[in-house]
Design a protein around this ligand. Structure first.
Ligand SMILES: Nc1nc2c(ncn2[C@@H]2O[C@H](COP(=O)(O)OP(=O)(O)OP(=O)(O)O)[C@@H](O)[C@H]2O)c(=O)[nH]1
Ligand SMILES: [Mg+2]
Length: 216
């Protein structure tokens, strides 16, 4: 598969420097399209850990809203994208079901940022992901995956329903379409780098101050 067509300029390395490598987590509730999103954009055959949903899950997994779904992710999805600048983006999709959430800390380790994927038929299912990234102070964007029979809400309505901070980007997407997924990832990387720059600009001046707050 071709590398992403439009580059993400903020991830470009300086000349002579090794390529920038970044990790983005794709999280969200059960069956919102995380595996689909990673598969739609990965330039390598994505690593998938799908297992059949069987009767063993009755009473444990709530599949009422995803009746067509036959498999579920039990560990993670993994994909890779190379930008024309040479920057590498590694994508890690989390398992959506609550019984696998113990793996999230391992998957989130070292992540530049995250995408919280949501389905507007079940917005509340992404509360846990939003809380998780807010608690960890990991920059995230929210992408509403537009299923054919999902109600259409404005970005403001989605933001309000999830009670998001004003700086959290909210987008609509189609997790099956590569171009749409690319827009989500570019938004995630840009937002994460902006947040990181703001954080550093707060830390650096503070380090140069003496106990009275005077800049040394
Ligand atoms: N119509 C439509 N179907 C989609 C879309 N995204 C995903 N699907 C379908 O929805 C189902 C669930 O997608 P997955 O990608 O397995 O969802 P997931 O979030 O990885 O699920 P878990 O890992 O089990 O939590 C699959 O059958 C997809 O083909 C979409 O944008 N539109
Ligand atoms: Mg999955």
């Amino acid at each position: 598969m071709d590398s992403a067509r439009s580059d993400c300029p903020t991830l470009a390395a300086s000349p002579g420097e090794p390529p920038v490598v970044a990790k983005i987590l794709v999280a969200g509730g059960f069956g919102v399209g995380k595996t689909t999103l990673v598969s739609a954009i990965s330039e390598i055959r994505p690593l998938r850990t799908e297992e059949l949903l069987t009767d063993m899950g009755i009473g444990v997994d709530d599949v009422s809203e995803v009746a067509q779904k036959a498999t579920t992710t039990v560990a993670m999805d993994f994909g890779r994208i190379t930008f024309p600048s040479g920057a590498l983006l590694y994508l890690f999709g989390t398992p959506g079901q609550e019984r696998f959430w113990f793996m999230w800390d391992e998957l989130a380790f070292g992540a530049l940022g995250a995408v919280v994927l949501t389905d507007t038929r079940r917005l509340a299912d992404c509360f846990a992901s939003v809380d998780y990234f807010e608690r960890r102070d990991t920059p995230f964007v929210v992408a509403a995956n537009c299923f054919d029979d999902s109600p259409r809400y404005s970005l403001t309505e989605i933001r309000d329903a999830l009670d998001l901070d004003p700086d959290v980007p909210v987008l609509l997407c189609d997790a099956r379409r590569r171009e749409s997924v690319k827009d989500v990832l570019v938004a995630s990387v840009s937002h994460s780098l902006t947040r990181r720059r703001i954080r550093q600009s707060r830390i650096l001046p503070a380090q140069g101050r003496d106990r009275d707050g005077a800049v040394g």
